[in-house]
Design a protein around this ligand. Structure first.
Ligand code: SAM
Ligand code: SF4
Length: 340
């Protein structure tokens, strides 16, 4: 790169893709491992990545830092289960102090929040999403294959007590597993003044225990079920994410609907993902990616080279995903590799 090119990279402060979308949000996967094996996310016998293939905490931090220098203002830590990564708190503390970062978010299965809620808040995590798909211990175990409901419920309480700006539960509703728990899950969130989002099951990789086309419940259906009990008020509030929120009349909680299967939200997409292997994924539902690990591990590549790769990646960010469309290839990677 000559000095003129270097200077133009130094001056670039924004990531804009070829459809004019401004990317200011990254989802950073800190591990592909997890202490659960949720049926929609993993197979029962998972092989995880060897240590040499995953980014070190320092490499993850470098990626985050360079993204913020290109205008990224929001980072969500995800996985796998972020809280199973050894020494993850040291990374979170550094990210919490990163200049320019306005929001540090975490998505977790909640099983370790009793231990981590207070340190996470102290490290600067603003908002937390906790996944919970059933309030029945046996069912919870069936869906997560190994998880203990009581640990997650205690985790939700610990997060609530720690004083995050916002807590949102995430529930994937699946026919034959938990479709009769829509109202009780909503009620559980409402009683605690926290938000809940219902996520349509996405066809990311093969599910080993069921056929996704049989289990996926549309959010239109989920909404109808909730409306049999609560009055939902459409909100004019526009969030940067894929959730469409409604308010529950007379309550503090909001209900979000994330409908990647039945409603395409790509037009407003402001995000990219980085897998723990250092693969920059430009879209959840496509394979377009850039190998950042190769750049991070090349001694000749400094931050200017890394920045240029991020800027260039905007040219291959796909316009949209096409789930269940026979004319388009479907992703083969499971969600734990994608970074939820
Ligand atoms: N382990 C953390 C957790 O469970 O919250 C973070 C990672 S997990 C992959 C992030 C989110 O993705 C969770 O809310 C989970 O329910 C959701 N998820 C996983 N696989 C999915 C799929 N195939 N379709 C829809 N959501 C999925
Ligand atoms: Fe683990 Fe989260 Fe995937 Fe469940 S959804 S297996 S908790 S990474």
């Amino acid at each position: 790169m000559d000095s003129v090119e270097q200077a133009s990279v130094q001056q670039a402060t924004k990531l804009i893709d070829k459809f004019g979308r401004h990317v200011d949000y990254i989802r950073l996967s800190v591990t592909d491992r997890c202490d659960f094996r949720c049926v929609y996310c993993m197979t029962e016998d998972m092989t995880f990545l060897p240590r040499s293939q995953i980014l070190s905490l320092e490499e993850l931090y470098r990626v985050a830092r360079v993204f913020t220098e290109l205008g990224v203002r929001k980072i969500r830590l995800t996985g796998g289960e972020p809280l199973v990564r050894t020494d993850v708190m040291s990374l979170i503390e550094k990210l919490g102090a990163l200049p320019g970062l306005e929001e540090l978010l975490l998505t977790t299965n909640g099983a370790q929040l009793e231990k981590y809620a207070v340190p996470l808040k102290a490290a600067g995590v603003n908002r937390i999403n906790i996944s919970i798909d059933s309030l029945d211990a046996e069912r919870f175990k069936k869906i997560s294959r190994v998880g203990k409901l009581e640990k997650v419920l205690a985790g939700v309480d610990a997060a609530n007590a720690a004083g995050f700006d916002n807590i949102r539960l995430n529930s994937v509703i699946m026919r034959g597993y938990n479709e009769d728990e829509v109202v009780s899950l909503a009620e559980y969130a409402i009683q605690r003044d926290i938000d809940i989002a219902f996520i349509e099951e996405m066809p990311l990789g093969e599910a080993s225990d069921h056929n996704r086309e049989d289990t996926t419940c549309s959010n239109a259906w989920v909404r109808e079920i909730i409306e049999q009990k609560y009055r939902l008020v459409d909100s004019a509030e526009k969030t940067a994410g894929p959730s469409r929120y409604v308010k529950v009349a007379g309550k503090k909680s909001r209900i979000g609907f994330i409908s990647p299967v039945t409603h395409n939200f790509c037009e407003d997409c402001n995000r990219v993902r980085v897998t723990v292997e250092g693969r920059l994924l430009l879209c959840l539902g496509n394979e377009h990616s850039v190998d950042l690990r190769a750049i991070l591990r090349d001694e000749k590549s400094d931050d200017v080279v890394l920045k240029q790769a991020l800027i260039d990646s905007m040219q291959i960010k796909p316009e949209r995903h096409y789930f269940y469309d026979k004319d388009h290839a479907q992703p083969v990677r499971l969600m734990n590799m994608t970074g939820g």
